[in-house]
Design a protein around this ligand. Sequence first.
Ligand SMILES: [Zn+2]
Length: 177
Amino acid sequence: MEKISIMDGIDAIRADEGLCSTVYILSDGVKKLMIDSGNGSIEFGFTPELVLLTHGHFDHTRGVKDGWKSCLKQKDWIFNEPFHVPKDARDYDFEKMGFGKFELEIIETPGHTPGSVCIFERKNRILFSGDTKFAEGGIGRTDFFAGDEDEMRKSLMKIRALPYRLLCPGHGEFEEG
Ligand SMILES: [Zn+2]
């Protein structure tokens, strides 16, 4: 397991890249907000204020413990593998949220799954892209259950229009955009 500093107030935790999503931890100095949670193999040692899930695949969601607040698009409330819906998850009922010095926007990017989202941090222009977009032009698979190639194409166009300078995907390397 390694912890990487993305910038002041944002860390990434990476474990087994293939089986466990990268977990991003934003801090406002006191509270912590998590983007994706890994597959349950990472021991965090704190309870986040909120977990924003990019989609419902278990390697991103199984790290959410009972009682933690988490958001997952309702379209991904699919109750069979490889999906896993945390017990107390609720639907995203907001498109923007502030957290400390960060401004987060929830951008719907279906394709990899019906309820996939990317999270764009507008002030520092960081895109948390889940399994929709990876470094070196990689894109998420659409051949899993409920994947959709056409939707993916549209979502990638949407992402292309965003002025991000750093891509922070759900697996693999980070990339300057
Ligand atoms: Zn996935």
